[in-house]
Design a protein around this ligand. Sequence first.
Ligand SMILES: Cc1cc2nc3c(=O)[nH]c(=O)nc-3n(C[C@H](O)[C@H](O)[C@H](O)COP(=O)(O)OP(=O)(O)OC[C@H]3O[C@@H](n4cnc5c(N)ncnc54)[C@H](O)[C@@H]3O)c2cc1C
Length: 306
Amino acid sequence: MKGIICELKKITDTQNILVDESMKDHTSFRTGGCADVFVTPGNTKEAADIVRLLLAHDIPYTVIGNGSNLLVSDRGYRGVIVCMGKGCDDIKVSNTKITAGAGALLSRTAAAAYENSLTGFEFASGIPGSVGGAVVMNAGAYGSEIKDSASLVKLFDTRSGKIVNLSGDKMSFGYRTSIVKTHPLVVLEAEFDLEPGDKVQIKEKMDELAQKRRSKQPLEYPSAGSTFKRPEGYFAGKLIEDAGLKGYSIGGAMVSDKHCGFVINRGGATSSEILELIRYIRQKVYDINGVYLEPEVVLLGEDMKL
Ligand SMILES: Cc1cc2nc3c(=O)[nH]c(=O)nc-3n(C[C@H](O)[C@H](O)[C@H](O)COP(=O)(O)OP(=O)(O)OC[C@H]3O[C@@H](n4cnc5c(N)ncnc54)[C@H](O)[C@@H]3O)c2cc1C
């Protein structure tokens, strides 16, 4: 890793490169071991150059955003985590279009929409992810999703080494998925085409959705939001509750008693405990209802298999 750190220093500022960095500080679950190297590119060009370098040296890497949908192994990550955060978080507004860097938080992007009286992004204001992570996951809430407004996405195609722009309809957006899930692409930037709206109404909607979240979700505990995808025809939370798992815990990992769809870290949980609980829930729900729950949470690290 020493050699690669020297090479990274030629691309980005030394202070953007952290060695043996605890992933607890970069995931909303607040668990996980150390990444060998954790780099936060200073801009999107640096991000592409860093990924090019890692590919050329055959170094394992993973691009992340705000870590709000990640469960990282307690043993950490052998390789380089490229975090799209500060430095890749520019937000520009032009007429009805907002262009945001992959590292921009959804909350800030939604605030920019509000400031410019643009409607259609209120749903995202309470999702604690970055624009990049939200595009990858086609994040959604309360009947809206990224797909509805993403008009253009700038990506780094790691296979060709080129930067490509894909229109929203070429992104293969689906329920919590996109083309980035199945192709070696890095999201650098996204453009959202919104509608002119009324500032007061936009604010009212954002406040109403925030209130809904606070009343229904265990926001006081670390989690990654909904642990499982919604199975067709069911609600994951209801299936988990029906399986008698409300409040069930393994070590510090617990099925929230406020919202059974959330596995929370009630204090001092390890990623292994969370993973064990995820496995247990899947088996129990399958035994009782014959439905196999698919995790929405992304597992990271060699031993993180279901
Ligand atoms: C309290 C809480 C509430 C939540 N509510 C919702 C909700 O209502 N709706 C919803 O959809 N989700 C929700 N989530 C989950 C999460 O916030 C979203 O999935 C979000 O879009 C993830 O963004 P992120 O930047 O944190 O991505 P990360 O967690 O950092 O990464 C997610 C995945 O995307 C990949 N990735 C990230 N950035 C890039 C990039 N630039 N290029 C390529 N790959 C990348 C990562 O490798 C990983 O596979 C919630 C989470 C929490 C903790």
